[in-house]
Write a protein that binds this ligand. Structure first.
Ligand code: AMP
Ligand code: MN
Ligand code: MN
Ligand code: MN
Length: 279
């Protein structure tokens, strides 16, 4: 049998990705991915369509989600892998998160309004599309299209990024109930992109300790195209905390070379991969 290629973190247009669930699966297939997890932010809306397309194209679709939550007031992402998206407690949690996203969007829009940006809520909703959950990237696209900012990067720098008015994270729950919801749906909770939180080593270790204690079982050792040093570093944490290792592109849009489906370095051999949980 030929080698399996796993990509366990990506986004469709049901959250802040560009591609439909079908197009996402097709692109993964073209890139030789054999096992794909769709992990949209705080929604499972794209999973059924992705699974149907995966069946047509002969690859394995793992049901996933990326939950927004907090740890000690910091915004943190927890990926749930191999969930049963119809499990009642998970459905409840997802519904709450979708509502929180809507509430948060209203708060962000009010803040932008005070800074002179008009119609931000309507603009972001249009960017999110029918049924899509609203995220900061949709505000960023609106800010660009309506001429307030010259690029998405500029929108984040000026309005939406860490510490800026549009960076509203206080609405999100602590990570404990999100891990519980994932576990109750038979899934495995994975700390997403640990090296992107700009935490000191001491803080990151403290977070991992708490994460383990509440039932977290995995860590993303490889997130998109990252430095070899980062991979070594995350691998060491996986071993020290006895966590299963995950890997994914965190793909959102085509033509962003640092986040292409299936294109990232392999997990180091000495780790227990997260798929040992379900295979
Ligand atoms: P949200 O989930 O609404 O808080 O938005 C966070 C998302 O915004 C992340 O998942 C990324 O897709 C995107 N993002 C975060 N920071 C930036 C940035 N500086 N430039 C572009 N996109 C970003
Ligand atoms: Mn995103
Ligand atoms: Mn994330
Ligand atoms: Mn993501």
């Amino acid at each position: 049998m030929s080698e399996r290629i796993y990509d366990l973190h990506c986004h469709s247009d049901q959250s802040d990705g560009i591609l439909s669930p079908e197009a996402l699966v097709s692109r993964a297939k073209s890139n030789d991915v054999t096992v794909l997890a769709l992990t949209d932010h705080d929604t499972t809306k794209g999973l059924a369509r992705a699974a149907a397309q995966a069946k047509k194209e002969g690859l394995t679709l793992i049901e996933g989600i990326e939950f927004s939550c907090q740890w000690l007031g910091r915004g943190i992402h927890i990926v749930g892998l191999n969930i049963d998206s119809s499990a009642p407690d998970l459905c409840d949690a997802v519904e709450k998160q979708e509502n929180l996203r809507q509430e948060r969007a209203e708060i962000i829009a009010q803040k932008l309004e005070k800074l002179g940006v008009e119609n931000a809520l309507e603009g972001a909703r249009q960017q999110a599309g029918v049924g899509g959950v609203i995220g900061r990237p949709h505000f960023a696209q609106y800010l660009v299209e309506s001429g307030y900012c010259k690029s998405v990067a500029h929108s984040f720098k000026k309005y939406l990024g860490a510490g800026k008015p549009g960076d509203v994270k206080q609405v999100w729950p602590e990570f404990e109930p999100m891990v519980a919801a994932i576990r109750s749906a038979g899934g495995i909770a994975v700390l997403a992109h640990p090296n992107k939180y700009k935490l000191t080593r001491t803080k990151l270790r403290a977070m991992l300790e708490d994460f383990k204690e509440i039932g977290g079982e995995g860590i993303e050792v490889v997130s998109g195209k990252q430095e070899l040093n980062a991979t070594r570093d995350m691998a060491m944490l996986a071993q020290q905390f006895d966590l299963l290792a995950s890997c994914g592109s965190d793909f959102h849009v085509p033509n962003a070379p640092w986040q292409e489906l299936g294109k990232f370095s392999r997990l180091p051999d000495n780790l227990a991969p997260v798929w040992s949980h379900w295979e």
